[in-house]
Design a protein. Structure first.
Length: 180
């Protein structure tokens, strides 16, 4: 029963738009491949800070690579919720490596779609440890019917839209910035 609730929650999350409103509205439109990871994020009006940060960190070519990648993409409001000055500080050229570390902490090598993530959580007795491209770990679990990711500092984010297909992986939208 719990697995069916997870699948239902992920299916419903597909209806939440990542890309421009013109493609929102049907699960089929959300599941359509819209280019690589960077193109998917760039097509979203809710991910302008993430896209700017990826460019500032010099990660565009990496995230346009063959992958596959699983990206947990924080929305602009997630960056806005960080302490005042955090984003501006991270975007300074002197902090490029620190910014890259924060961003690659949101990337898991391989393609981990909603069904695979749910299976890993179930197999782990309610938790799945994910190793990020940054080298740290995230813990995935369920918070009711929602997938929750817990970072190294104990902060958490929820997946608000899942399985946004890219030619080189998958994007899951999250509501908080995760910190290594």
């Amino acid at each position: 029963m719990k697995r069916h609730r997870i699948a239902l929650a992920f299916s419903l999350a597909l209806l939440a738009p990542l890309a421009a409103p013109a493609v929102a509205g049907t699960a089929a439109a959300q599941a359509a491949v819209r280019g690589d990871i960077v193109a998917v994020a760039s097509g979203s009006p809710r991910h302008t800070t993430l896209v700017a940060a990826v460019k500032a960190a010099g990660l565009v070519d990496t995230l346009q690579g063959t992958g596959p990648f699983t990206v947990f993409a924080p929305v602009d409001a997630a960056f806005d919720a960080l302490p005042a000055g955090t984003v501006d500080t991270l975007l300074q050229p002197a902090n490029t490596s620190r910014l890259a570390g924060v961003l690659t902490y949101h990337v898991v090598p391989g393609k981990l779609d909603a069904a695979s993530l749910a299976a890993r959580i179930k197999a782990g007795g309610g938790k799945a440890t994910l190793t990020t491209a940054q080298g740290g770990t995230l813990v995935a679990s369920l918070d009711g019917d929602r997938v929750q990711l817990t970072d190294a500092k104990g902060g958490s984010a929820h997946v608000t839209a899942a399985d946004l297909a890219a030619s080189n992986g998958v994007v899951h939208v999250i509501d908080r910035v995760l910190m290594p």
